[in-house]
Design a protein around this ligand. Structure first.
Ligand code: ATP
Ligand code: MG
Length: 380
């Protein structure tokens, strides 16, 4: 008999987890998501839904009572409430791991303690801490909210002394940390998995291109030497070893001019930079996550074809219903997330451009230029 899977969050990640789960009926018999948005993305592909806030204690208790195993697509869940319901359902990654990761300051302190390279950082509790920190790190530095940040919305880059007060006020009393700016030559990530039996596997290193602080493109594999890629994958494995939790984790890193690697942050969940695996690998990151939390043997992570993932984002200039997107190019795989309303830079879908006939990344990048216009979002 398959297990009942509960997922906190039913957005696009919950949706693609649901789709993967439905392909494993012998292991998972039903999927229930908890999401505040009626008719959320995951519910459109066959998950039952509890409509409630991610932090709604009663709803989380209900989800645990109705599920055998719980996972999440967001890191902002209430780890204390999750700890309380561990008696009702197995939770992976563990609430303990979530608690460390969801606070960027605790996360970096934990990595540092385990000798894993991270950006230099300090905790900020007052404006004088901030001034001291900026003397230490210089300009620019990045002030970050410790929790609940996504798509760069919890970051303030401070370029000069003049911005100190503005940056401090921006966070409105939320807990903060300051990071030294890393002049990276490339942003990369590793999607890593660990199953409940301790088996660890990583997908090959990918390159991430951000615009307006939001992931725009992922290039698999990263255009970097084999040595650097292997080094980054080693760091990811070490990280998985110390983290002690089951599931897929997205590990974001910077590569510096002299090929040093520092971890920027870890997401305790499937990750946007792993969407290419839907077509580029035998096992997608979504299936891998389910295999990991169910204690199954992890799947093959070899990259079968060079692939570029391109995010389809809401137009910056309008909010509302939008015209549907269609693509008919060969080896281009479109995935829309079923969101009715576009908002500026909202993640509405993505497509994967797969180099199936031996096409190189350079070729795919040129092909991408001819497709970008076809996915721009316009009012309905
Ligand atoms: P996301 O949800 O997109 O992962 P986030 O809100 O959690 O983002 P971060 O990943 O911390 O934010 O930062 C967003 C982006 O800002 C990074 O991908 C990187 O481009 C830049 N950035 C963050 N920290 C630093 C740093 N210390 N030095 C240089 N650039 C940085
Ligand atoms: Mg990030």
């Amino acid at each position: 008999m398959g297990k009942i899977l509960g997922i906190i969050g039913g957005g696009q990640l919950g949706m693609m987890l649901t789709e993967a789960a439905k392909k494993m009926p012998e292991h998972i018999s039903k999927i229930i998501v908890l999401d505040p948005v009626q008719n959320c993305s995951a519910s459109q592909v066959g998950a039952e839904q509890i409509v409630a806030d991610f932090k709604d204690k009663k709803a989380i208790i209900e989800l645990a009572k109705r599920s055998d195993i719980i996972t999440y697509e967001i890191e902002s869940g209430d780890s204390e409430v999750l700890k309380l319901v561990e008696k009702d359902a197995e939770i992976n990654p563990s609430p303990e791991t979530l608690k460390i990761i969801q606070d960027k300051f605790l996360q970096k302190s934990f990595l540092l303690k385990n000798n894993i390279p991270v950006t230099e950082f300090i905790q900020i509790c007052s404006i004088s801490d901030l001034k001291q920190g900026l003397i230490k790190f210089g300009y620019p530095s990045i002030l970050k909210a410790r929790r609940d940040a996504y798509d760069g919305r919890g970051n303030f880059k401070i370029d000069s002394e003049k911005q100190i007060q503005k940056a401090f006020d921006f966070f409105n009393g939320a807990e903060m940390m300051l990071e030294k700016f890393v002049p990276f030559k490339m942003e990369v990530s590793v999607i890593a998995a660990r199953n409940t039996n301790g088996q660890i596997k990583t997908f090959p290193l990918v390159e991430n291109i951000h615009e307006d602080n939001i992931l725009r493109e992922t290039i698999a594999p990263a255009r970097i030497s084999k040595n650097v890629a292997e080094y980054a994958e080693e760091i990811a494995k070490t990280t998985m070893n110390v983290l002690n939790g089951a599931g897929v984790f997205g590990i974001e890193m910077f590569v510096t001019e002299n090929n040093q690697i520092v971890i920027n942050e870890i997401a305790p969940r499937v990750h946007n930079s792993g969407h290419h695996t839907l077509q580029s690998s035998e096992t997608s990151q979504f299936e891998q996550h389910l295999r990991a939390i169910l204690g199954l043997e992890l799947g093959n992570t070899t990259l079968l074809h060079p692939t570029i993932m391109y995010n389809i984002l809401g137009s910056k200039i309008f909010e509302g219903e939008y015209k549907s997107i269609e693509l008919s190019e060969q080896n281009v795989f479109l995935k829309m997330y079923g969101k009715k309303i576009s908002k500026p830079l909202r993640k509405l879908g993505h497509f994967n451009l797969v180099g199936k006939q031996g096409e190189t990344i350079d070729y795919l990048l040129k092909k991408l230029e001819t497709i970008k216009d076809k996915v721009s979002i316009n009012p309905a």
